[in-house]
Every structure is written in structure tokens, then in C-alpha cells.
Design a binder for this molecule. Structure first.
Ligand code: DGY
Length: 330
């Protein structure tokens, strides 16, 4: 816990955080509250940038244009694990510390990915809507049956904390063989040593019955799941995305679903969020869409806000953050 008193600084809180955490920041620093995603608050956010020493929030792109206005900025404390909303090269050049919230959301996000796997495979949302819409006048026939999850081969693209937590659920809870691909030389944790096998990207696509995407968005992964990647997937496979929409070429995913090559998709994230009303993914019969709820539980959002607040206060006090993003990774 940060207790050291330093000169008051100016903090812009750009997403709602719990009142007690806001008070904790206010005890030490002057605060402007402004959510730039709201048209009526955007001018206040922009006006506050030139005096800002610290920013805390999430879900808003802070590119070079915004950062140029923030000449005094020392720290951005993101209430997210993903850092794709920030211009990393600019932050590095300017020596601005970027903090994020890894670890505290791992298990919740893995729960969400696994929920997508089950929902897409067993057609849970579609069948629940069938009941709500009054369609359950007799028991369902084969045309509405789902597909088993247990025993299927799960392919995990991205074997970081969240990918490993998904693999643990699959292997230890659902008796699923796991194959994974990660661009880095990640260690397989002992609990998965007997269950998870490293493979090439194409091998994972070609062998998995269900492919779960848990890679971060970067220049290397943007558009990675394109027409070639979907055609390399096993016929009848299921695709699940719990990371970032921009890793997927949505037109290619739609084509793979419409041609019948893929059985179904479960998507928590989209190229544009909130998902536009006219997106063909919104009502597609083979798509189970979630509204980007990976970490959205009371407990986990609270833990993320606590960690982000601690990160912010520490950096403003001249101390190392609990979780600074390594900007040398790019
Ligand atoms: C994260 O933490 O990156 C989640 O996706 C929320 O944006």
C-alpha cells in the first residue's frame, strides 16, 4: 500500500472506479473525472490532458494525438490487462510508464472463454431463446442438438496466463487433450505437463476440434485469423475468441461459417465495439456473441480497479508499479 506523501499531482480518471478508490486518489492528488467515451465529457477530458501527471481508466484509445496534449504525463494506469489501446512507441519515446492489471483477471476471463466454448458447442443461447420465445411446445429434435465438449481436442492460440487457465479447465475438468501454440517460449506448468502439447500454428488449426484464441493484439497478431487460417481449421470445428476482435478478419470468419466449413463461433470481442447493430455477426445463427465480458464480474473488476489505483499512486510517488507493462516488448 502506498503511504508516502509527495506533492499533489493532477490525475484524470477516465473510467468510473469505486468511490473508495476515487477517495484514496483524492487524498493525495487533485482529480478530474471525465469519461471521453461520453460526448458530453470528451471536452473536459481533452481540457484536462495538458495538466495531467497521471491517467487511470480503460477502453479508450490514447494515441499520439491525445498523448501530445499531455505534456506532463508520467503514468497511464490501465484498468485492463490488454494494452492495445495505447500508442506504445510514443509512450516509450516519452518515458511514460504504462501499468496494467495482469493476474487478477486470469481466472474470470478463462471462465468466460470456457463459457463460450460450452455455449457455442451446446447452442445454449439459441436454445434458451427458443424457450423464451415460446418455441418449447415439444421436446427438441436432432436439428437443435449440440455437440459434446468433453473429450474434444482443444487448440489454444496464445499460452499466457489466460490460455493456460483455459487449458487447465479443459484438460483437468473436461478430459480434453490440449494442443497449444505461442510465439514465445512459454513453459508448460506442471499441472498441464501430461495434458498440453506444443504445436505449430497450422498444426493447432488442423488438429483441434475447438480453437480458442487468447493471444494479445499486436502488430504481429492483427488479422492473424484470416481466410487462410480459417480454411486450415478442421471441417466442423468451433472457433472461440476471448482476446481482441482485431486479431480476426470478421469477413473471413463469416465466410467460413456460411460455407459450412466451421460449425460455430463464440465471440466475446469484435473488431468494432460495441458491436454495430448492422454487423452480420450480431444475429448470425452460428454465432454466440457476448458483449466483451471477459473480466466483468463484481469481484474481478474490483480487484482490477484496486491494482490500477495502487499502480498509479506508486508511480506518482516515484516508486515502482506493482505491474508495469514492459514497453521494450513493443
Ligand atoms: C482486458 O483487461 O484487457 C479486458 O479485455 C478488458 O478490456
Amino acid at each position: 500500500m502506498s503511504t508516502q506523501r509527495t506533492a499533489r499531482k493532477h490525475v484524470v480518471v477516465f473510467r468510473k472506479i469505486p468511490d473508495d478508490l476515487l477517495e484514496r486518489i483524492r487524498e493525495w492528488h487533485d482529480v478530474t473525472l471525465a469519461d471521453p467515451r461520453r460526448a458530453d465529457e470528451l471536452p473536459r477530458f481533452r481540457d484536462a490532458l495538458p495538466d495531467a501527471d497521471g491517467l487511470i481508466g480503460s477502453s479508450f484509445r490514447l494515441g499520439e494525438q491525445e498523448l501530445d496534449r499531455a505534456a506532463r504525463l508520467r503514468v497511464i494506469s490501465s484498468i485492463s490487462v490488454g494494452v492495445d489501446n495505447y500508442d506504445l512507441a510514443c509512450l516509450k519515446r516519452r518515458g511514460i510508464t504504462l501499468c496494467h492489471t495482469p493476474g487478477v483477471l486470469t481466472e474470470t476471463t478463462a471462465d468466460t472463454v470456457f463459457a463460450l466454448i460450452i455455449a457455442a458447442s451446446r447452442r445454449l443461447v439459441e436454445l434458451s431463446n427458443h424457450v423464451r420465445e415460446g418455441g418449447w411446445t415439444r421436446n427438441i429434435g436432432e436439428d437443435r442438438f449440440g455437440w459434446d465438449v468433453h473429450g474434444k481436442t482443444l487448440g489454444v492460440l496464445g499460452f499466457g496466463r489466460i490460455g493456460q487457465a483455459v487449458a487447465r479447465r479443459a484438460a483437468l475438468g473436461f478430459d480434453m487433450p490440449v494442443i497449444f501454440h505461442d510465439p514465445f517460449d512459454v513453459q508448460v506448468p506442471p499441472s498441464l505437463a501430461q495434458h498440453a502439447v506444443r504445436a505449430s500454428f497450422d498444426d493447432v488449426l488442423g488438429r483441434a476440434d475447438i480453437v480458442a484464441l487468447t493471444l494479445p493484439l499486436s502488430d504481429e497478431t492483427r488479422g492473424l485469423m484470416d481466410a487462410r487460417a480459417f480454411s486450415a481449421m478442421k471441417p466442423g470445428a468451433i472457433f472461440v475468441n476471448g482476446s481482441r476482435g482485431a486479431i480476426v478478419r470478421e469477413d473471413a470468419l463469416l465466410a467460413a461459417l456460411d460455407s459450412g466449413h466451421l460449425r460455430a463461433a463464440g465471440l466475446d470481442v469484435f473488431a468494432v465495439e460495441p458491436l454495430p447493430q448492422d454487423s452480420p455477426l450480431r444475429m448470425h445463427p452460428k454465432v454466440t456473441p457476448f458483449p466483451h465480458i471477459g473480466s466483468a464480474t463484481h469481484e474481478t473488476r474490483r480487484a482490477m480497479a484496486e491494482l490500477a489505483t495502487e499502480n498509479l499512486l506508486r508511480v506518482l510517488d516515484g516508486e515502482p508499479a506493482v505491474a508495469a507493462y514492459d514497453l521494450s516488448k513493443g
